[in-house]
Design a protein around this ligand. Structure first.
Ligand code: EPU
Length: 429
């Protein structure tokens, strides 16, 4: 099993470029099935979740070709042979559920293994199902598979109990070719909702209002192939911004959309981390001692839950008491016990982590319990005295492209190791 070895204590300095948004790509690639044609998708991040999803898509009969080191994906969706996505492809990625909406929208039928993904809460799909049913589909859940089918889909109004990213995208995809108009009330507004809507529109769909309080989808009878470029990954960008702050360095994070970073920037500034904007870049640097803060995760444009663990790592290194309230996922604090092993002082009460700043982390052997938890541990390792060894890094590979290269490019010390092979000995400070 591969692990990360990180030698901490080096301030990160220089420039890093953000890859394409994983959570946008995970929806855009399934959405291409609605074209029944050839689509060329650029700026696809080369990460494990995408590789697994594309394997599942290929298994449906889509011919997938790659250019530009895997960052451009060409999908020929003209000869779909199968509308069933097996568990073997899907047990590790949550985004499998996007194949439910896209195949349903394109062929009035889909059967997909129930999703896996990061273990951060119960993560039901009742809102997706409510949406499919209101479009006239029958939904049957048996033997770990969800089957959705309809003679024809008819537009309708769907009110989401909570603004679910997955449900919003799935209903948008299913409704593209439905008869009449669909309205999604209380939809999610994340940048990747808008990205997927833009891609669907580029294939001939008629979607208005993505990113606002109501999304209106007028059904169209035909869709077609398209060329599309995925937006930059705001969470990857935010992770490198916190890497700059936690290592007391000076990093310019390039190729991002500053507007998407507003909540993260606001909180960093509140902590006295210096942030400067230059067009499509943000420079983040240390100038004076930071102060602790209170953060609450909320749907976009609120503070993203996917930045919560990374921020808790930063808050742990700042004197005073900070509070982190998680309002999206009920069990997204499991990583705090790993941070405690590195010296953090974090108490979790209900959905709030009470973080008392300590005088630095010390390297330890820790485990990446999920993707963003893994990111938080990498950040803590970069700031720690001594060596940190992170196991279960497959969780990090799911969503961060070329993490080692990017960190090394900023002067950080990180290596992928196989401790059984090299007989690793972890040294203290
Ligand atoms: N929810 C329901 N019923 C549903 C759907 C969601 O109760 O039918 C609840 C969830 O349990 C959760 C809340 O609504 O409490 C929000 O869930 P949402 O559906 O928005 O999340 P998701 O679509 O499962 C995506 C990202 C997550 C990200 C969340 C929130 C993908 C593949 N995943 O998940 O990304 O945390 O939105 O922004 O896009 C990550 O990248 O590390 C990650 C976990």
């Amino acid at each position: 099993m591969e692990k990360y070895l990180i030698k901490g204590g080096r301030p990160l300095k220089g420039e890093v470029s953000v890859s394409g948004a994983k959570n946008a790509a995970l929806a855009v690639l399934p959405a291409a099935l609605l074209s029944g044609d050839i689509c060329k998708i650029e700026n696809v991040p080369v990460v494990e979740d995408i590789r697994v999803l594309l394997e599942a898509i290929e298994d449906l009969g889509v011919k997938v070709n790659y250019e530009n080191n895997g960052h451009t994906v060409i999908m020929d969706c003209r000869n779909i042979e199968k509308l069933v996505v097996d568990y073997k492809h899907i047990n590790k990625i949550r985004a499998s559920y996007y194949l439910l909406g896209s195949l349903l929208g394109a062929y009035n039928f889909s059967k997909v293994a129930l999703p896996g993904g990061c273990n951060i809460g119960a993560r039901p799909i009742d809102q997706h199902i409510k949406g499919f049913k209101s479009l006239g589909a029958e939904v049957d859940i048996k033997h770990g598979m969800v089957q959705v089918s309809a003679d024809k889909l008819v537009g309708s109004t769907v009110y989401l109990d909570s603004p679910s990213v997955g449900a919003t995208i799935n209903i948008m995809m299913a409704a593209c070719k439905a008869e009449g108009q669909t309205e999604i009330e209380n939809p999610a507004k994340e940048p990747h909702i808008v990205d997927v809507a833009n891609f669907l529109n580029s294939m001939g769909a008629n979607i208005k209002g993505a990113g606002t309080d109501v999304i209106k989808i007028k059904g169209v009878s035909e869709m077609h192939g398209s060329e599309y470029m995925i937006i930059p990954d705001m969470i990857e960008a935010g992770t490198y911004m916190v890497a700059a702050a936690i290592s007391k360095g000076d990093v310019t994070v390039k190729n991002l959309i500053p507007k998407h970073m507003d909540a993260v920037v606001a909180k960093l500034k509140e902590m006295d981390v210096k942030v400067e904007e230059f067009g499509d870049s943000l420079r983040v640097y240390y100038e004076e001692e930071y102060k602790n803060t209170h953060v609450k995760t909320l749907p976009y444009p609120g503070f993203p839950t996917d930045m919560q663990p990374q921020f808790v790592a930063l808050m742990s290194m700042v004197s005073g008491v900070g509070l982190m309230t998680e309002s999206i996922f009920e069990s997204r604090f499991s990583y705090t016990s790993e941070l405690r092993r590195m010296g953090a002082d974090i108490k979790v009460e209900g959905n709030t982590a009470i973080v008392t700043g300590v005088d630095g982390f010390t390297g330890a052997e820790v485990k990446a319990t999920d993707l963003r938890a893994g990111a938080a541990l990498v950040l803590a390792g970069l700031a720690a005295r001594g060596d940190t060894v992170i196991s279960d890094i497959y969780n990090i590979d799911r969503g961060y492209e070329h993490l080692e290269e990017k960190i090394k490019g900023l002067g950080g010390w990180i290596a992928r190791i196989d401790d059984e092979k090299v007989g690793l000995k972890v040294v203290g400070d």
